[in-house]
Design a protein around this ligand. Structure first.
Ligand SMILES: NC(=O)C1=CN([C@@H]2O[C@H](COP(=O)(O)OP(=O)(O)OC[C@H]3O[C@@H](n4cnc5c(N)ncnc54)[C@H](OP(=O)(O)O)[C@@H]3O)[C@@H](O)[C@H]2O)C=CC1
Ligand SMILES: CC(=O)N[C@@H](CCC(=O)OP(=O)(O)O)C(=O)O
Length: 321
């Protein structure tokens, strides 16, 4: 039996990539609205109430409006927006988060796809806090850089469309400078933190791929863990996970550079622990494609889990973009 899928916001950055990842599948039927009707409330209501699974690739307000159009609480929804990341009644769509998360996603009618910076931050923080290596009330700082597709169509036009009012020739900027980025509550909750982390993202003049960094003064942490201890915590936590790779310490130590574009087109995440042994300092770094494990790849993985399909369907060949 084929499942009926409706991607609300299919013409956007995340929606297009979700569709591209599922193009060749014969176990799915797509409900598609013409360009003329893709924002028509009645057409969307029909589609949202006919689909077996709706994937919302919309701005937050429009995602909330879409939910209000859905009549049954049992209708399956994956929301890629940040509207429900810490809402009760929603399963957090990060299957590798912990034991039991995959099952929670499989059973849920409502799944919130994580934010790209947030999934990377949570992937570092949750195992360390759970293992007691980092106390939950530790003062946490996270710095990150993203490609400009992370900001959707409007940021893409800012970097690419010379005729756009907001066209910019900048090569890089830091933002979220009021320390109020919308991912902070999501990182705090799913990272298991007792206090809000300091989070400063940045964006560069390249399309996609991100690096998220968690600096840790190991000498100040209880028990003075080593870089190797951190790697071991991650290796144990993510053992057997095909989409989360924990780099060996020796391989990481041999690296002079880390390129945020290395995993582009994939649904993969890679965790590195860089450090200075003598000074007892480390920086944990996560590398993902913001449109892959940070958005569309993760949405397809969640869809597969919700449908009981092979989890890797549409994910094991890198997307050519
Ligand atoms: N880009 C990324 O890396 C990530 C994005 N996300 C989240 O995913 C969601 C989508 O982001 P992204 O794809 O980047 O955004 P885009 O701006 O690229 O796409 C959003 C799409 O939604 C459409 N849309 C807006 N309002 C409505 C409406 N009322 N009814 C129907 N369609 C509507 C837009 O139409 P139009 O084409 O006319 O503008 C556009 O096609 C956002 O909530 C974002 O925060 C999450 C993780 C990462
Ligand atoms: C470069 C850039 O602008 N990135 C986006 C984050 C994109 C993302 O993670 O999506 P959600 O907004 O759905 O969480 C931002 O900082 O708002």
């Amino acid at each position: 039996m084929t499942a009926k899928i409706f991607i609300d916001g299919e013409a956007g950055t995340t929606g297009l990539q979700i569709r591209a990842r599922m193009e060749a599948r014969d176990d799915l039927d797509f409900i598609q609205l013409s360009d003329e009707h893709r924002k028509d409330v009645n057409a969307r209501r029909d589609a949202l109430n006919t689909a077996d699974v709706s994937i919302l690739c919309l701005p937050d307000a429009a995602a909330k409006d879409a939910l209000a159009l859905i009549e049954s609480n049992d209708a399956k929804v994956i929301d890629a927006s940040s509207a429900h990341r810490i809402a009760s009644g929603w399963a957090y769509g990060f299957p590798e988060f912990d034991a039991g998360q995959r099952e929670a996603i499989a059973k849920a009618a409502r799944v919130t796809n994580p934010g790209c910076y947030a999934i990377s931050s949570v992937a570092m923080l949750h195992p360390l806090v759970k293992a007691g290596v980092v106390p939950s009330d530790w003062p946490i700082t996270i710095n990150a850089i993203s490609g400009y597709t992370g900001g959707g169509k409007s940021l893409i036009s800012e970097f690419e469309d010379e005729s756009a009012d907001n066209y910019s020739t900048a090569t890089f900027w830091a933002y979220g400078l009021g320390l109020e980025h919308k991912h902070v509550p999501e990182i705090e909750q799913w990272g298991g933190l007792a206090h809000k982390p300091l989070f400063v993202p940045s964006v560069g003049r390249y399309r996609q791929g991100m690096l998220v960094q968690l600096p840790l003064q190991l000498w100040a942490l209880p028990g003075t863990p080593t870089e190797g201890d951190l790697v071991q915590v991650f290796k144990t936590h993510y053992a057997g996970e095909p989409y989360v790779e924990v780099a060996d310490l020796a391989d990481t130590a041999a690296m002079a550079r880390l390129n945020p574009e290395d995993l582009n087109g994939t649904n993969k995440m890679r965790i590195h622990v860089f450090g200075h042994e003598e000074r007892q300092q480390a920086v944990v770094m996560v590398l993902i494609d913001n449109l892959g494990k940070g958005a569309s790849g993760q949405a397809v993985q969640n869809l597969n889990i919700m449908l009981g399909a092979d989890e890797g369907k549409g994910l094991d060949t890198p997307l050519v973009y």
